[in-house]
Design a protein around this ligand. Sequence first.
Ligand SMILES: NC(=O)c1ccc[n+]([C@@H]2O[C@H](COP(=O)([O-])OP(=O)(O)OC[C@H]3O[C@@H](n4cnc5c(N)ncnc54)[C@H](O)[C@@H]3O)[C@@H](O)[C@H]2O)c1
Length: 340
Amino acid sequence: MIKIGIIGLGYWGPNLVRNFSSTEGVEIKYLCDLDPKALSGWKKMHGVKLTGDYREILRDPEVDAVAIATPVSSHYALASSALSAGKHVLLEKPMASNVRECMELIESAERKNLVLQVDHTYIYTGAVRKIKELVAAGEIGDILYFDSVRVNLGLFQHDVNVVWDLAPHDLSIIDYIMDRRCVAVSGSGVANFGGGLENIAYATLYYESGAIAHLHVNWLSPVKVRRILIGGTKKMLVFDDLEPSDKLKIYDKGVDIKNGDKDGVYKALVQYRTGDMWAPKIDGAEALKYECAHFADCVKNSKRPATDGAMGLKVVALIEAINSSIASEGQKIYMEGNYI
Ligand SMILES: NC(=O)c1ccc[n+]([C@@H]2O[C@H](COP(=O)([O-])OP(=O)(O)OC[C@H]3O[C@@H](n4cnc5c(N)ncnc54)[C@H](O)[C@@H]3O)[C@@H](O)[C@H]2O)c1
C-alpha cells in the first residue's frame, strides 16, 4: 500500500481525494489544508487524519507520497520540503512560479530517486492519448499547426494571469504530441480591470519544424469553448472537449501543391483534398482516475511519469516567455536552454 497525504482541499484538491480513494494500492492517510473550513467536510472519512500543518505529514515515516493542490506560489516550498523528507510528489500544474524553481525540484527528485509527477491532467484524457497515438503512427503526417481556443467566464485568479491559469493545458498537450523544439514565442494580452493580471491573452509559438501554434485564453467570454484544431500534411483533426460524444474528429482533408512553371512564371497549383470524416472511439474514463493510477504505478515500480518534471519545466519556461512578450508589447522572445 502506498500511503499518501493530500495538501490543499480548495477547488481542485477534492478531485484528487475522490480519485485516490478509489486507486488500487493507495491509502489516503492525511488530508491537509490551512483553512479549517476546507477540512471540516472530510471529518467522516474513515481512517484519515485531518491536519492544518503539512509538516505533520512529512514527519510521518509511514507516508510514501504527497499530492499538492495549493496555489502556484506555494508549489515550490511545499514540493521541495516533501522531496527533502523523502516523499514522492504529485504536484499541480503549473509546476512552480519560475524556471529556476522547476529545475531545483527536478534535481532534488533525481538526487533522491523520487517520483515527481506534474498534474497536467489533459495528457491523461482518452482524447489526447488517442491524438498522440495517431500522430505517432504517422496518420496525421507532419504537424503544420496547432490552434486552440480555451475561453469562458471566470474563474478570475488572484495571484496569476490567464496564461498561468489556462495555457498549461495547451502547452502540455503540444509538448506531448509535437516532439519538436519551440524556438520562439510572442504574446499579447490585456488586464481589463487593472491589477496587472491579464484576463485575456493570445500567444503564438514558432517551432523548429516550421509548425506554428496559436493559443487564445480568456476569462471574459460569454460562452465556454474548449476547441483544438491540428492540421497535418496528411489529415486534420478537431478536438472539442465540450462535445458529449465524438470529442475527436479526424478529417481526411488537405491540399496537395504541385509546382508548375508556365511561361517562365512560377505558379503553384493547389489541389484540394476532401475525403471522409471519422470519430475514433476514445476511452471515456475520468482522466484523473487514470492519472492517479499512473502515479501509483510510477511510485511502486520506479517509473518516469508521462507528465514528469521535464514537461512541467518546459510549460513554465513557455509561460514565462509568453508573459515577457506580453510585457514588451508582443516582442518575439527566443527560447534558450537545452530543456526546451
Ligand atoms: N489539473 C487541473 O486541471 C487543475 C484544475 C484547477 C486547478 N488546478 C491547480 O490546482 C491548484 C489549486 O487550485 P485551486 O483552484 O484548487 O485553488 P484554491 O484556492 O481553491 O485551493 C487551494 C487550497 O490550498 C490551501 N492551502 C494553501 N496553502 C496551503 C498550505 N501551505 N498548506 C495547506 N493548505 C494550503 C488553501 O487553504 C485552499 O483551500 C493550482 O495549482 C491550480 O492551477 C489544476
